[in-house]
Design a protein around this ligand. Structure first.
Ligand SMILES: [Zn+2]
Length: 304
């Protein structure tokens, strides 16, 4: 199993089970190694377990995008200290999933001020029930974003005008795309993943239409040389985002035809309208293909 495959399983587990069940099924964090990649003189990504972290580290201090899982904070800080001894001042959460916000409280204790959408803070305080119906565990006070927003917001640090761009209801209802225009870098969270099919967390307010809006937002801001940091999977350029948007539109078109023929959700999934695209989707499995088609079909059926 590749590292990305493991992180995908971890994410799925995080979505489906409560904290206790998740801990039992969680990977062994002690074995996780942090991979640091330099994208610019003052910009790095950190890949460990869960969502890829972005690090802007200049003279003013450090801004992070996402925080992975809490048990990894010490390793992440050690990796950060190899590239900068400046204070960790700001942390931006791209969305509420535990593989992106799990380290929030730890980084807050280290002095970071957390920024996120209003909806993300609300969901941390009022988590979805677990799969077995038991109530979700609210996040501790220190994990909560201190600065919340629902319109675009800028953080001026290290000579960069970091833009926090809300996308209304895409992967979840609290997504942010983070733009670093001076670096020509976009950190896009899970609105775009270069591993697996597009992922819509319906239980957290995500919509496929919102994913398409988010991909358009990314493409509007991405030039030919823009480095796009997905929530999961390798760094890409805008061509990969165009390909994913085209995949969604093509599958949606095929699903629309099946809906027009009066097919049911089960019949649509059984017809495998995404099958022809599977060879082009890294990490595709029949299960994730079915799940993706189900999301597409539910939205098309709802808009009949
Ligand atoms: Zn996610």
């Amino acid at each position: 199993m590749t590292r990305h495959a493991i992180s995908f399983v971890a994410l799925a587990a995080g979505l489906m089970f409560n904290a206790a069940a998740f801990a039992q099924g969680a990977p062994d964090f002690s074995k996780v190694e942090i991979k640091t990649t330099q994208l610019a003189p003052d910009f790095w990504t950190l890949e460990g377990q869960g969502g890829t972290i972005s690090v802007l580290a200049g003279a003013d201090g450090i801004l992070l995008v996402d925080s992975q899982f809490a048990p990894l904070t010490d390793k992440l800080v050690a990796a950060i200290r190899k590239v900068s001894d400046k204070p960790i001042r700001f942390l931006v959460d791209t969305h509420v999933h535990p593989d992106h916000v799990g380290g929030n409280a730890n980084f807050a204790k280290l002095g970071a001020t957390i920024f996120a959408r209003d909806q993300l803070r609300y969901r941390l305080e009022h988590p979805n029930p677990a799969a077995d119906g038991s109530p979700g565990m609210p996040a501790p006070e220190q994990a909560l974003p201190v600065v919340t927003y629902n319109a675009s917001l800028s953080i001026h640090i290290d000579g960069e005008d970091v833009r926090l761009l809300p996308v209304v209801a895409a992967h979840t209802d609290g997504d942010t795309v983070v733009s670093f225009p001076g670096h020509d870098i976009l950190a896009v969270g899970d609105i775009f993943r270069s591993f697996g099919y597009p992922y819509v967390d319906l239980a957290s307010g995500g919509t496929l239409a919102g994913i398409l809006e988010g991909l358009s937002e990314i493409l509007d801001r991405a030039g030919p040389a823009t480095k796009i940091i997905p929530g999961h999977g390798p760094l890409v350029d805008r061509n990969a985002v165009v390909a994913q948007r085209d995949l969604i539109l093509a599958v949606r078109g095929k699903v629309q035809k099946l809906v027009d023929q009066g097919k049911t959700l089960a019949e649509i999934v059984a017809a495998r309208p995404a099958a022809e695209f599977a060879p082009r989707v890294a990490g595709a499995t029949p299960q994730t293909e079915d799940r993706f088609v189900t999301w597409v079909a539910k939205e098309v059926l709802a808009n009949r």
